[in-house]
Design a protein around this ligand. Sequence first.
Ligand code: LMR
Length: 400
Amino acid sequence: VFAHLVQAPEDPILGVTVAYNKDPSPIKLNLGVGAYRTEEGKPLVLNVVRKAEQQLINDRSRIKEYLPIVGLVEFNKLSAKLILGADSPAIRENRVTTVECLSGTGSLRVGGEFLAKHYHQKTIYITQPTWGNHPKIFTLAGLSVKTYRYYDPSTRGLNFQGLLEDLGAAPPGSIVLLHACAHNPTGVDPTIQQWEQIRQLMRSKGLMPFFDSAYQGFASGSLDTDAKPIRMFVADGGECLVAQSYAKNMGLYGERVGALSIVCKSADVAGRVESQLKLVIRPMYSSPPIHGASIVAVILRDRNLFNEWTLELKAMADRIISMRKQLFEALRARGTPGDWSHIIKQIGMFTFTGLNPAQVSFMTKEYHIYMTSDGRISMAGLSSKTVPHLADSIHAAVTK
Ligand code: LMR
């Protein structure tokens, strides 16, 4: 009965790893998926995560019962504090409901389905371009997806005027997806002053902010700095949704641990929102997994482990920033035509190089460098040893 099926294409991001794994070349380099690597090119398990796991193993009272539909309650409380700030008035006033979800993707999907069911506007505006999974998540959640201008290829920076025009023209009440920091794939973020203008425009038009926070602490090295845009929207007393992921900032990629918070106008509304979120989650996956959320809870509740985590997080962020400098210098040293200053101006895990699909495929074929066809490279996959190889390949691609 399935004989009529055509072969589906690989995922544009995860498929890059599939192709990379098949390549026998010893010089191959995977700069596709956004996953942190050490200077030795190895995946990293944070020390604090190992310590937290040890604590969990040593605790013989731990059981493997089902979690409640909303997940691990302590994890939910700590996650809301981490993203909104420990002194957030919304938390103090019990206006926030938080549910544990399957990393960023799961949080976005649960939030999307909740909005499709209960919010009066069914259109969500996403940045042009955005993470390839965003339009698929929200379409399948039952929302209609439109784009707003964001990136200006001529400056490799923000098209702020276009952004304001498009959001200004969106029907009142529309949902707007905002990347909290380290925009994926461009690495281009609004300044704080621009965020303030975005906030004023959105609030004046009653647009609903839905933040995707996948990189808190990973972009600037500071948890508070990277959460600032979200906190500005919460400080004005209005509603918003926030999807949080611990994949990158705690290196818990495969544990699939994240949270969805919905900031409401009153505690009473927040309680009813939570009851409805449970109706979205239960038929989808019943209740979330226990292990990853327990690791996060151990780290966030313990002052020493928390401090140790912030240091490890900062070290990862700093290594990425240093990769940016090294790649920029390497291209300059080669006299590679073009202005590559965007490599050091963009922030977070990715550089949006401006390389076109033909140049990308040349680099993959001739240099065994794997990246997404839109020219995005994961700076976190680079090391001092591999920078020269990447710079050679970029130089060859743009001069051929
Ligand atoms: C990425 O953009 O590479 C990451 O967010 C991983 C993913 O799931 O696509």
